[in-house]
Design a protein around this ligand. Sequence first.
Ligand code: SF4
Ligand code: SF4
Length: 373
Amino acid sequence: MQYSNFDSIGRPISKLGFGLMRLPKLNDKDETIDREEALKLIDYAIKSGVNYFDTAYTYHGGDSEIFVKDILRKYPRVSFCLATKLPGWAIKDKGKTTDELFNEQLEKCGVDYFDFYLLHAVNRDIMTVFEADNSYEYLAKKKEEGKIKNLGFSYHGDFEFFVELVDKYKWDFVQLQINYYDWEATDAKSFYKVLEDRNIPCIIMEPVRGGSLHTLNEDARKVFENLGSASAASYALRYDLELPGVLTILSGMSNFEQVEDNIKTFAECKPLTDIEKDAIEKANILFRKNFAIPCTDCKYCVETCPANVNIPACFSAYNDYNKTRDTEGLKKNYALIPEENRADKCIKCSACLEHCPQQIKIPDQLNKIANIK
Ligand code: SF4
Ligand code: SF4
């Protein structure tokens, strides 16, 4: 395992961070974590040197934070770093306060401090919610009390506001979506540069873009297959590993194969050769051609939908269809989604829109999917 060593953080952090957002589930009906299977993944990761675990109030419908207690039954609190996040939507929509949420999170996780604590999925709008509740001031106080070791935010907004926000408060780290697709497509490189110029450690989320840079499409996959047996995901991770200002790279691992593959990538930590860099560029161009809906399967929209549309599942079925234009294939994938959770059930209320970090026009896209014959 490779580790980052930032003086400001004060302890080595594994370059591979374990995102607790896509753990194995007991069934497809809800988000309850299959503890036995999930702990096998955690055991292997810890044995291989992973010491950073990232949860959030919303992950697995709230079960992810509770699952931290299961990890703590096996491993001492000081043996790993724990990160969680403050959900602005729960302040805005549920009328909770930062104080209530923070204490609820300590209780749910069964800890008395967080190593890393983030304002979650910040953009211009959600920051007004945090500022109205004096969230930053409250959390800075918690840091003084030792209940937070490092304070930061994850970001999904425009560039101008990002610069304003980085300079307005003191941050120990910032979390950004960086991968070879977003580097140019959503200008992730400019956001990263802002942190690099200010020596603020960067945590990377979605290095494989919710798995889509692993599945890719046939043409893009072939580019990597021609190089050898390494997985497409490993090239995406190695792309991010080249960035010097990175504290850790989060991967939301769901099965043993992914954990094993990622551990191998981070253990070898081979710099990209020129041939591999060219291959990434080629694969990216081929992938962008038919990557229709940039959904990362984060599920932030799911709980907000009054019509219970399984938005990410509909988008995943459509993205698969878009690679082949195989209407029969789409129908087959679509048939796996229960009828009551399909695209045509959308009532166009727009409640999901402000929750989507990728700024997808969800009702419009669902309408398009519902009308494919
Ligand atoms: S616009 Fe459609 S998908 Fe979005 S929350 Fe409303 S009903 Fe659900
Ligand atoms: S539509 Fe947006 S919020 Fe919903 S799962 Fe996809 S990326 Fe996440």
